[in-house]
Structure formats: structure tokens, C-alpha cells
Ligand binder design. Structure first.
Ligand code: ADP
Ligand code: MG
Ligand code: MG
Length: 211
């Protein structure tokens, strides 16, 4: 079938954790240019806590898994990114409910719910140079792909590609939210750390459903 299994969703969290750990110094380097040099450490710490809990609670359904993951990020990450990614995962879990697998449409709806949570909590708009600039195009690309009857693999790959393009687009943006906004014009020319980790989030999803 073309559904996303519970195991693939657990693999998604593992793959995201692997990517943020592998790129921890890079994320921190990006944050040192326009922030306070802790995005890599924040994300690595948060995802390590999440993965400890995932391994301990492997029998949970999708909703419980993602709600717990989200609450763990909120409580283990001090920075702006913890509550935002935490909200993303909590809303994802609320959207799926106690399912043990997701149809492509349910996956897209859960990602849309997560994105809406990030927008409501952080109040950033497209173009403000935040994770939103990678997340919005990714979710839209997936909805478009599934709307046109594309496969799970094709839809998640399209989302990952759109997130990467959104990440690249942040370089020329002037920051209007978060710490980078304190720099005003000096934020231009630097890639947003949160948009970079969000591109990993969607790359991880595409890699996990492909297995
Ligand atoms: P902090 O800035 O508190 O140190 P992090 O460094 O972990 O937290 O995360 C910074 C990232 O958070 C930014 O690169 C940006 O993508 C994201 N961010 C900050 N504020 C917002 C917001 N209001 N809405 C969406 N994303 C935001
Ligand atoms: Mg920071
Ligand atoms: Mg910080």
C-alpha cells in the first residue's frame, strides 16, 4: 500500500535526529552569524531526548508518539525552536489521532496542522526569514502532489525539494522574527538556521517513507 506505517514515522524521527546531530556544528555556525550560536545544540539536545522516549515507548500509536515528542521538545529546548518544533509535532499528533498508519492525505493534513500550529505560535509570515519559509512551501508541495494523485514517495520528495528551495531563499531575506531580526539589514546574506533544520525534517521524511 501507499500508506505511511507507524514504523516509518518512528524512522522519520530517528532520521531527523541523525541529520541534526550530523549537522550540529553547521546549524550552530549559521546561528552564530545571525543569532546566539545554539541552534545545533538546541536541536541535537531536543531530538536526543525525543529519541530516548521513542525507544522506551515503541508501542504507542501515532498520535501519542507525536504528542509526547512535541512535549519533550518544548521542555528540553530553551530556544525559540523548541516550542515551535514542539508545537509542530503536538499538532501533528492531534491531527492523526490514534492511527497506526496514515494515508498520504492524512500525512499531508497532519503536516498542515503542524504548520498552522507554528504559524499561530510564532506569528511569522512567509518572507520573515524563519523556519516558516521552508515549512510552508514543503507542505504546499506535498498537498499539490497528492492532490494530483502522486505517490507517497513522489509527494514527500517534492516536499523535501521545496523545503530546500525555501531554505535557500532565506539567504536574501531580511529577518523580521526571532533573534536575527535584531540585526535588521545585517541579517541579509545569511541562511536561516531554523529553515535549514526544517529542510532536514522534510528530507528525513522523504528518506523514511522510501524504505
Ligand atoms: P533561539 O533563537 O531562541 O536561540 P534557536 O537558535 O534554536 O532559538 O532557533 C532559531 C530559529 O528559530 C530561527 O533560525 C528561526 O528559523 C526560528 N524562529 C525564531 N523565531 C521564530 C518565529 N517567531 N516563528 C517561526 N520561527 C522562528
Ligand atoms: Mg539560537
Ligand atoms: Mg538561544
Amino acid at each position: 500500500t501507499d500508506n505511511v506505517s507507524f514504523k516509518q514515522l518512528v524512522a522519520w524521527l530517528h532520521e531527523f535526529g541523525t541529520l541534526v546531530n550530523q549537522n550540529k556544528s553547521y546549524l550552530t555556525e549559521l546561528d552564530s552569524a545571525i543569532g546566539d550560536a545554539d541552534h545545533g545544540a538546541n536541536m541535537a539536545r531536543g531530538m536526543t531526548s525525543v529519541l530516548n522516549l521513542v525507544d522506551a515507548d515503541g508501542a504507542d500509536g501515532v498520535g501519542t508518539l507525536f504528542k509526547k515528542a512535541g512535549m519533550t521538545l518544548v521542555s528540553s529546548v530553551g530556544g525559540a525552536s523548541g516550542p515551535l518544533y514542539g508545537t509542530f509535532f503536538m499538532k501533528f499528533g492531534t491531527s492523526t489521532g490514534a492511527a497506526d498508519q496514515l494515508t498520504p492525505e492524512q500525512l499531508a493534513a497532519a503536516l498542515r496542522a503542524g504548520l498552522d500550529g507554528v504559524l499561530a505560535r510564532g506569528k511569522a509570515e512567509l518572507g520573515d526569514k524563519t523556519m516558516v519559509d521552508a515549512m510552508v512551501p514543503a507542505v504546499e508541495a506535498m498537498e499539490k502532489a497528492f492532490g494530483e494523485g502522486e505517490s507517497l514517495a513522489a509527494g514527500t520528495a517534492a516536499a523535501a525539494e521545496a523545503a530546500r528551495q525555501g531554505r535557500e531563499a532565506t539567504i536574501e531575506m531580511l529577518a523580521r522574527k526571532g533573534r536575527a531580526s535584531y540585526l535588521g539589514e545585517r541579517s541579509v546574506g545569511h541562511q536561516d538556521p531554523g529553515a535549514t533544520s526544517t529542510a532536514y525534517l522534510f528530507e528525513a521524511l522523504a528518506a523514511s517513507v522510501d524504505k
